[in-house]
Design a protein around this ligand. Structure first.
Ligand code: NAP
Length: 328
């Protein structure tokens, strides 16, 4: 039985971590919840208790700490927390690219957990939804180059953007004037991902997908180019992928290989022209994929479609699975 702390307990990811600890019967002796001073006075029900939300204080952090409050909080607090004996699982991007920090999707590279020194990073949500159907194929045919396009939900940017999309959509339909939070309307619109723009024209989210793919698949030779787009979907990211492999493959073997992957489900009905949508994936643990097809324009190249709840496998579920694995 462990003491568990959640930093960012009131946020989109933190709330899902809490729910999963409960529904997965995670064994814990004490739960401590932390958020910003804005949440002072709140308490959150958990099992038979009502747990107060505390402001972040080092002497109150205890046991296994889920960090789900953003990169700057992780950068400031994870070092001191580890020094006082905590183990941290970080959902932010703060340490993902640090070579001393394992970046783990348990189904793919769970073995990397053995080398942790008090900190494990949980990967980028869009990368996770791409990699869950891809990793078993990569092991067989070795991915050489990946072209990924994402369709990312509002909740991927946190509770605030989710609320914003709901309110703006209501105002749009009721033809009420609305003061957009973004510099353009979001309801019934979409936009290239607005993480920091680099000099080469890629945004940070696109670079994360490339770097994290190489680290998780443990293959520095993989080339990945991504275009990340935010769409007006409440929850669940979709990814369209074009993957050139080093080895030839058959479509039949692709389906057989992906069918057996834990945490992945093929959702398609070709006769009905029906494939996975964000609605199918919302609230579900699995990443749904399908529409595997051979790209006729280039040898050894596969196209597929993948959809997953980025708050679950893309964040909270993955973090809880990491915790479950290290306590096994
Ligand atoms: P969010 O909904 O905006 O929640 C942020 C949380 O951090 C809230 O609980 C907030 O508390 C808390 N917080 C903010 N400032 C704080 C402070 N000074 N001290 C303590 N707590 C503070 O964000 P999120 O979407 O859950 O994302 C959390 C982290 O997970 C981010 O690093 C994000 O990049 C990563 N992530 C998110 C997703 C996703 O799908 N959303 C997927 C993968 C990774 P208040 O409620 O009091 O403001």
């Amino acid at each position: 039985m462990k003491k568990i702390s959640i930093v960012g307990a009131t946020g989109a990811v933190g709330q899902e971590i809490l729910r999963l600890l409960n529904v997965r019967n995670f064994p814990l002796s004490e739960l401590r919840l932390f958020a910003s001073p804005r949440s002072a006075g709140k308490s959150i029900p958990f099992r038979s208790e009502s747990i107060p939300v505390e402001p972040l204080k080092l002497d109150r952090l205890a046991g296994l700490v889920f960090f789900a409050a953003g990169s700057s909080i992780s950068k400031e607090w994870i070092g001191p927390a580890i020094e006082k004996g905590c183990v941290a699982i970080d959902s932010s991007s703060a340490f993902r690219r640090n070579p001393d920090v394992p970046l783990v999707i348990p189904e793919i590279n769970g073995h990397a957990l053995a080398s942790h020194r008090g900190l494990i990073a949980s990967p980028n949500c869009a990368a996770t939804i791409l990699l869950m159907p891809l990793f078993a194929l990569h092991r067989k045919y070795r991915a050489k180059r990946i072209v990924a396009s994402t369709y990312q939900a509002a909740s991927g940017a946190g509770a605030h953007l989710l609320q914003e999309l709901q309110q703006e959509t209501r105002a749009f339909l009721e033809q009420r004037p609305y003061n957009h939070y973004l510099p353009f309307p979001y309801a019934f619109n979409l936009y290239p991902h607005n993480s920091a723009l680099r000099e080469n024209g890629y945004v940070e989210e696109e670079i994360k997908m490339a770097d994290e793919t190489r680290k998780i698949l443990e293959d520095e030779t993989i080339q990945l180019t991504a275009t990340c787009v935010r769409v007006p979907v409440l929850r669940a990211h979709s990814v369209s992928a074009n993957v050139e492999f080093r080895e030839p493959f058959s479509l039949e073997d692709v389906y057989k290989t992906v069918q057996g992957v834990p945490g992945v489900a093929i959702l398609e009905d070709r006769a009905a022209n029906r494939f996975a949508t964000p609605y199918d994936a919302t609230g579900k643990d699995e990443v749904f994929c399908g529409r595997f097809r051979i790209d006729p324009t280039q040898p050894n190249t596969l196209e597929f479609w993948s959809v997953g709840d980025q708050l679950l496998k893309g964040a909270a579920l993955n973090a809880v699975q990491i915790a479950e694995t290290i306590f096994k």
